[in-house]
Design a protein around this ligand. Sequence first.
Ligand code: MV4
Length: 449
Amino acid sequence: MFNKILIANRGEIAVRIIRACKEMGIASVAVYSEADREAMHTRLADQAVCIGPAPSNLSYLNIPAIMAAAEITDAEAIHPGYGFLAENAEFADIVQTSGYTWIGPSPESMRIMGDKVSAKNKMREAGVPLVPGSDGAVTDLEDAKRIAHKAGYPVIIKASAGGGGRGMKVVHSDPALASAISMCQSEAAAAFGNDMVFIEKFLEEPRHIEVQVLGDTHGNIVHLFERECSMQRKNQKVLEEAPSPFVDEKTRKAICDAGVAAAAAVNYVGAGTIEFLMNPDKSFYFIEMNTRIQVEHPVTEWISGVDLIEWQIRVANGEKLAFKQSDIKMKGHAIECRINAEHPFKFTPSPGTISLYHAPGGRSVRMDSAIYSGYSIPPFYDSMIGKVITHARDRQKCIRRMQRAIDELAIIGITTNQELHRRLLANAAFQSGDFNIHFLERWLKEMNA
Ligand code: MV4
């Protein structure tokens, strides 16, 4: 096993990875920006190296500084967490060619999945269901019209280099098609340096359901069931759960098998997520793959019993998965509430100093965060400051447990979205499981009206 791992990240995920290292007897190296001298990850790691000024571009995205930190500390492997450099194939390549182990999939898998057109081509070959639309990039307007007519309006134009909701346009009729395509192309060229775009039928009321997969370097891939991620606003997830209240056993088998087939098509190693959209009739379609650990991984850990960070590290070290698909049993229900330093209904950021922090506890409650009493949240990074996760035998009990955990949580001195969670957990549509990707934004609009 590795003697020492460098964690190229900050916040709760850096703390999560440092904790896993400690439990595995592996030394940890934190990297930190000048704004993070007093951060929890800087304090908890065995060693910490300053990699630059507060702005991410100069620190957490500064590849030469991170590689220098690995060299001076004799780290053997690098864990990227999520965000920052986690899905940067060039960084993964540099890590490997510099003689370090990359705790993640191959740069080749990352490149294929990072480009949405090449990802969809792979998925088509693998027999994974795709949203009806163009077979690849679209350049010609007459082709685009033919494709849009075949799929039926509305359609959505997406940038191949986009993802996570960036660079998309919905089109309702022929006259709007040409300008939407050229706008999407020029925006993509400016944002990603790649103007390739493709067309899909626009699914109007879908759920966002994703499948967790885990692969080793010996060709074994398992799934760890699905997560329901429809409770989002502006492509930012607010609450996630596993399993999805909408997915029955037959659909679960089909979507999870599709997730494994998707991962196998790119010889996937490590933890990954296949994102699907699911229609009200339970038909589902691949949209993209995230080649990293995700924020919401704890809900999967809780229903599957698998420590995902531990297994990312083990498979990066060449170990075989110690379990087969048939060994993994889904147990109970888990919910995660993301705690953000922001106004609960206006969503304006609220950095500042936490005068008092009290984490919820008791049976089957987990709090992943990197905050403490007296900690000042720097204004430079993401507003997510922690996650409350609960588990119970069934969804209703899990909701009740989350309600009492959110009530116990005390974060004084800054504004958080705790009150949003309190209202959401009490909402009848949420409680019945009857919601899709539009629910939260429509509900917030209603509340303000
Ligand atoms: C779609 C779609 C409807 N139809 N594709 C947004 C994020 C990116 N991963 C893909 N996204 C969407 N793709 C088709 N063909 C609707 C969305 C979408 C969405 C998807 C998942 C979660 C939240 C969303 C919010 C708005 C739009």
